[in-house]
Design a binder for this molecule. Structure first.
Ligand code: HEC
Length: 183
């Protein structure tokens, strides 16, 4: 009985101490909210691996439609979409991280490398749904699936594209866009 009393008292004290520490951190604002703050490496790795596994699991339920990047209309839509929606954070092939990208934590993935490691469905899923607690937006809120599938398919080509290949495609797309406005 006496032992039981001691156990309850100890638990209460530990609980109070925990509350005290929480109040010290929360009310006192003793937490580094800056972008420079780094998680301990094992915690970072665990979160990263969970993200990769979660995306794989979600993407597993998807079935990619046929996307014909040899059709210029599809290719051009993908490249202009990438340029306007993604390139500020994820540099195109052969590029360098922008000032914006350098200021983000976690940093935007190098998509030429990611494309080698992820399936088409995984690339699409992230593009559509984003990654919370990171700067990666959910483009599915404002864009049609077909457009996002085309961008995901273009990402798959990134490892094969040089900076000038990308620039050529973008230029051709922009020229085609101008023609479209002035038939
Ligand atoms: C405002 C910045 C920002 C924009 C704009 C942005 N992204 Fe991201 N993206 C990120 C960040 C940051 C990550 C890394 C998230 C993480 O590590 O958890 C990321 C991750 C990704 C990944 C996952 C890569 C991997 O390793 O699995 C893909 C795919 C991706 N983005 C595609 C796109 C596409 C396609 C667009 C445009 C339609 C886009 N992103 C626009 C910031 C951005």
């Amino acid at each position: 009985m006496l032992f039981f009393k001691h156990a309850v008292m100890t638990l209460l004290l530990v609980g109070l101490l925990g509350l005290g520490i929480a109040a010290w951190v929360i009310i006192g604002g003793r937490f580094d909210v800056s972008v420079a703050a780094q998680l301990p490496q094992p915690v970072h790795d665990l979160i990263h691996q969970t993200r990769v596994n979660a995306v794989r699991r979600e993407a597993h339920q998807l079935q990619a439609p046929t996307i014909d990047l040899d059709d210029d209309a599809v290719l051009f839509q993908a490249v202009t979409g990438f340029q306007s929606m993604c390139a500020d954070c994820h540099h195109p092939p052969g590029g360098q991280p922008s000032a914006l990208a350098q200021g983000l934590n976690p940093p935007p993935a190098n998509l030429s490398e990611a494309a080698d490691k992820r399936s088409l469905e995984e690339l699409f899923w992230v593009t559509k749904h984003g990654i919370r607690m990171s700067a990666m937006p959910a483009w599915g809120t404002t864009h049609e699936d077909a457009e996002l599938w085309a961008i995901a398919a273009l990402l798959q080509r990134f490892p094969m594209l040089s900076a000038s290949d990308y620039a050529d495609i973008l230029q051709a797309a922009e020229a085609a866009g101008l023609e479209h406005h002035h038939p």
